[in-house]
Ligand binder design. Structure first.
Ligand code: ADP
Ligand code: ASP
Ligand code: MG
Length: 409
């Protein structure tokens, strides 16, 4: 019997009616003869509420307790989904991450999956039960509940699809596929029939939250056929697949953005070997995800070091840098933060063979009067840091300039 993983995101299970709607989709696949593992997120808004409670109680919270709290939203939907399926006549049972178990490392709040023991699920499938699994959560080597980072149910879904040898992993969400950019930013955004793993990986890591980055990494590594489709309307969705399966060849496939970025500059850093390590070591230890890095030209033995990170990480970054200075590990004169920036990126595997893409991006932004603060590039993407107030304008202008509303090209 063929297996399917079906994942339902927060808006798809936002209330009891929507859980029933999702359960009917599961029933349809069961009736077609599939064994189904359903992965559920917390109801829309629930995880945000739980995170806010944690922060209110404890601004520099203990990550173990953060996970204990924020993992709970998924438990509710898993149980409700199993009950709804049972009411529809589908034999189903729910499991939390630790019960499977889905084993992770101990990086609370952003844990990585290490292994999934499928013995129990295989046994239950043999007994004719379909599985409902709480997404986003696992269990650490110490036996504590962990979470996989925001949006982590996508990663749970792909990991289960790989571990269970599923024929396909269907991600049901509130858009009917992966678009050239977030359809909330421009009506001209177009659904892509297919997108290469590599492009999807870049788009996700550069801010397109339709799939969690790690889920795409896993899908690519284990060759999981990943489909993104709507919970609310029927349609083919978008298939995330190998580059070779894609006919369309264009320089740029999509535009991504990250709204809540911050730029941190250390002015007057002693310019000597080891200084970058001395700065970024403490930041890494504090769990800060540093993104873009620029070291300015030094004068008189001193330099300025600029990096970007998430706005939420700024207080912890500042604390780590001040502590390192107090301990004498680094020396800098001034610390300047700009929390009003955003990152906009263009992505496309076609960039490997098309030249002038970055120049066209910069010219487009210049025409709109948008100043670029930091630039980074890779083989298939160009990212810029700009003032947040221009973010939407930049995305729309780039979408137009690269004619992304047109198919082919
Ligand atoms: P879920 O709760 O189902 O996991 P998410 O909110 O995490 O859903 O992801 C879906 C959202 O991703 C969409 O509502 C859309 O606004 C956003 N999004 C961002 N970039 C894109 C894109 N390129 N294509 C489709 N959706 C995108
Ligand atoms: N509920 C979690 C979150 O909001 C996981 C997910 O939805 O994928 O981040
Ligand atoms: Mg999501």
């Amino acid at each position: 019997m063929s297996r399917l993983v079906m994942k339902f995101g927060g808006t798809s299970v936002a209330d009891l009616g929507r859980i029933r709607n999702a359960a009917l989709k599961v029933k349809a696949e069961v009736d077609r003869g599939h064994e189904v593992a359903v992965i559920v997120s917390a109801m829309a808004g629930k995880t945000n509420e739980l995170v806010a409670w944690v922060r209110e109680v404890s601004p520099f919270y203990d990550a173990r307790e953060y996970d204990a709290v924020v993992s709970s939203g998924e438990n509710v939907t898993a149980g409700l989904m199993a009950l709804t399926l049972q009411e529809l006549g589908v034999p189903a049972r729910s499991w939390q991450g630790w019960q499977v178990p889905l084993r992770t490392n101990a990086a609370h709040g952003a844990a990585r999956i290490e292994a999934i023991d499928t013995t129990l699920l295989e046994q239950k499938f043999r007994q004719g039960l379909h599985a409902v699994i709480a997404g986003f959560q696992g269990v650490s080597p110490e036996g504590r509940i962990t979470t996989l980072g925001r949006g982590g149910s996508d990663t749970s879904a792909v990991a289960f699809a790989a571990a269970l040898g599923a024929e396909r992993c269907d991600i049901y969400t509130d858009v009917d596929g992966v678009y050239t950019t977030d359809p909330r930013i421009t009506k001209k955004a177009r659904r892509l029939e297919r997108i290469a793993y590599e492009e999807m990986l870049e788009l996700a890591s550069l801010g397109a939250k339709v799939l969690q980055t790690r889920s795409v990494e896993l899908a690519m590594r284990y060759k999981v056929r990943l489909r993104v489709l709507s919970s609310f309307e029927d349609g083919p969705g978008t298939l995330v697949c190998d580059e070779e399966e894609i006919m369309e060849s264009r320089a740029v496939s999509g535009v991504a953005f990250q709204r809540d970025e911050a730029k941190v500059t250390l002015i007057g850093v002693a310019d000597r070997p080891g200084v970058a390590a001395a700065i970024f070591g403490p930041l890494a230890e504090a769990g800060i995800n540093v993104d873009m890095i620029v070291q300015n030209i030094s004068e008189g033995g001193a330099t300025d070091m600029t990096f970007s990170c998430a706005v939420d990480d700024v207080p912890r970054a500042e604390r780590a840098l001040r502590t390192a200075r107090d301990l004498g590990a680094i020396d800098w004169r001034e610390l300047v933060t700009d929390t009003e920036v955003a990152k906009v990126s263009i992505v496309g595997i076609g960039m490997r063979s098309h030249s002038g893409v970055a120049a066209k991006m910069f010219a487009t932004l210049a025409r709109e009067g948008i100043n670029i603060k930091v630039i980074t590039t890779s083989e298939i993407k160009v990212s810029v840091l700009i003032d947040r107030k221009y973010m939407e304008l930049a995305v729309q202008a780039l979408h137009d300039a690269f004619e992304l509303e047109r198919a082919g090209g």
